[in-house]
Design a protein around this ligand. Structure first.
Ligand SMILES: Cc1ncc(COP(=O)(O)O)c(C=O)c1O
Length: 385
């Protein structure tokens, strides 16, 4: 037997990976016919052609050597341009930006560079479940901050942050637009949260991966606007440009912390491929009409979800809708399993994202077309039936 380190015992497969095991078992049973999945957070749209062409051109030009470990200078400059253009944030590409293999590595590097054994990290509940294992891997402990559903949206109150805070807390992990809830934090909410973090001397790790997908007048604001010196901005091209498989993202933070994350990166991933970085620079500074086109497509899908399903909390951002089924009194995992076994539709139970998600289901509209149509028809029939 090859020994396994004890730290691995604290790690868990993500909710989506656990559900995939259930899906495989259901497929093996061959009932109730072909399954339809409204589960994953993966755009079904292609990476825009001009970005693909930029990668192909870079490959043909021999851009296959080791990349600069901070990220290629051209890409770091493109990120600085983007941060100023879209977020009103000024970062020095030479010292305050690090290119990462997707948002996932940005979150990992931030946690690994920050946490000591026994440090706690405040995480909203419900939360993207893949934050929890990297916190533990770095010796930290996630501490849930209860959210509440008010006027059809999940909210994170300062009283809840106060209630969860302990002197062991070192950081708050924020995600706006917020997966799985669909909430886009407002300027006032962020101002209050930033003031709380200031009072408690907390760092904000801000995952902004869904920033470009916001609806009906909601706008994405980075908490770095209010608290630049205590914020680590984490972002990636995965969702905005439909580039999930390219594995390219970035972090922006004050220079000493970027140096610390660089050491983590140098000893592990060493960043994305050089030709991928060239294409990412083109994505960020080239024509942005693809972003608007994709947003229009997600808006149409969101409208179908709102029109088809009962008890939907209208998402303000991202491509997930939460169904509020708390009134049924049935555990969300039980509802999810029944939908899979009897209707052949795959969704994620809210409780997979923490107790705060209990009584809800997360429905993804990252896939559209026939998949979404069939999935919504099945869901509607099962939930209204
Ligand atoms: C909130 C959030 N952060 C990060 C990620 C992962 O991003 P990436 O694919 O760029 O690593 C996801 C993917 O679903 C996500 O939902």
């Amino acid at each position: 037997m090859i020994p396994i380190a004890s730290r691995v015992a604290a790690l868990r497969p993500t909710a989506v990976n656990s559900i995939l095991a259930d899906v495989r078992a259901q497929v093996a049973r061959a009932t109730p016919g072909p399954l339809v999945s409204l589960m994953r957070g993966e755009p079904d749209l292609p990476t825009p052609a001009h970005i693909v062409e930029a990668a192909a051109k870079a490959l043909a030009a021999g851009r296959t050597m080791y990349a600069d470990q901070r990220g290629e200078p051209k890409l770091r400059e493109a990120i600085a341009v983007k941060l100023l253009r879209d977020n009103g944030l000024q970062y020095d590409p030479a010292t305050e930006i690090l290119v990462t293999t997707g948002g996932t590595f940005g979150i990992y590097a931030a946690l690994a560079a920050m946490l000591n054994e026994g440090d706690a990290v405040l995480v909203p509940d419900p939360v993207y479940d893949a934050y929890l294992s990297p916190i533990r891997l770095s010796g930290g402990e996630p501490v849930a901050v209860s959210s509440t559903i008010e006027n059809g949206r999940f909210v994170l109150k300062i009283e809840a942050l106060e209630a969860s805070w302990t002197p062991a807390c070192k950081a708050l992990l924020l995600n706006t637009p917020w997966n799985p809830t669909g909430t886009v934090l407002t300027r006032q909410e962020l101002t209050d949260i930033a003031a709380f973090c200031e009072r408690k001397n907390l760092t904000i790790i801000s995952d902004e991966i869904y920033e470009a997908i916001v609806y009906e007048g909601h706008t994405h604001i980075s908490p770095a606007v209010m608290a630049r010196e205590r914020t680590v901005v984490v972002n990636a091209l995965s969702k905005t440009y439909a580039m999930t498989g390219w594995r390219v993202g970035y972090v922006a933070a004050p220079a000493p912390f970027v140096r610390a994350m660089l050491l983590i990166l140098q000893q592990s991933s060493r960043g994305p491929a050089t030709f991928v970085q060239d294409a990412a620079a083109v994505a960020l500074t080239g024509p942005q009409d693809c972003v608007a086109t994709y947003l229009a497509e997600y808006s149409r899908r969101r409208k179908s979800v709102l029109e088809s399903l009962p008890n939907v909390l209208a998402p303000e951002g991202g491509f997930f809708a939460m169904l509020d089924l708390r009134a049924s009194g049935t555990p969300s995992d039980q509802i999810r399993k029944k939908l899979l076994a009897e209707s052949g539709v795959v969704v994620v139970h809210g409780a997979a994202y923490g107790p705060g998600g209990e009584g809800t289901l997360r429905v993804s509209f990252a896939s559209g077309g026939e998949v979404l149509e069939r999935g919504l028809a099945k869901l509607s029939q099962a939930l209204r039936g």
